[in-house]
Design a protein around this ligand. Sequence first.
Ligand code: SF4
Ligand code: SF4
Length: 195
Amino acid sequence: MTISVKKVSLQRTTRDQIFLPAILEGLLTTARHFFKNTFTPGHGDVETIRYGEPGVDVKDYYPERFRGVHRLMHREDGSVRCVACMCCSTVCPARCIYIEAEDRRDDAEKAPRSFVIDELKCVVCGFCVEACPCDAIRMDTREHWIPTETRAEAVLGKVELMSRGEQSVAVQGGLGASYREQAPKADPRFTHDPR
Ligand code: SF4
Ligand code: SF4
């Protein structure tokens, strides 16, 4: 079988081919913004905010639902609320959540032995928070991720993520924080016998 290649010529004008007008247009735009920002009192109508550098308090500028650095929430006993269900790492489009599960000794659930997020890969979509079934991971720290010199500094482990967390009072499993003591079998969702 013969495979033919169709050639398509780009419809470039002489003006496009010499690039000079486009370069000059770009320089003029840059110069216009430079002089406007520099010499207009109050910076005119140019929309800028200060970047969240260490020591510069710009947190109040963030909207209430701003997605900041992640944190892991706690149970009443201070242990991690996460049950290592992997929903967040599965839904994460950037594949930047790495979880290693282990059994909880005091419970039938699992817990993360390690929980790592690479904040440099994160695209701040918030899907992990949406997917979590038990309010274990949040992005409501109102902390802007600061620039780092090495990738390793941007990789947060379980201890650091939990240091930003606090006890969650959200209803876990739909029956409250002490749902295991609340006769869960009385709830219709637990009465279905799959056998
Ligand atoms: S915010 Fe989005 S990209 Fe970042 S860890 Fe969560 S799911 Fe992944
Ligand atoms: S943070 Fe939430 S979604 Fe992610 S593994 Fe833990 S319980 Fe599951």
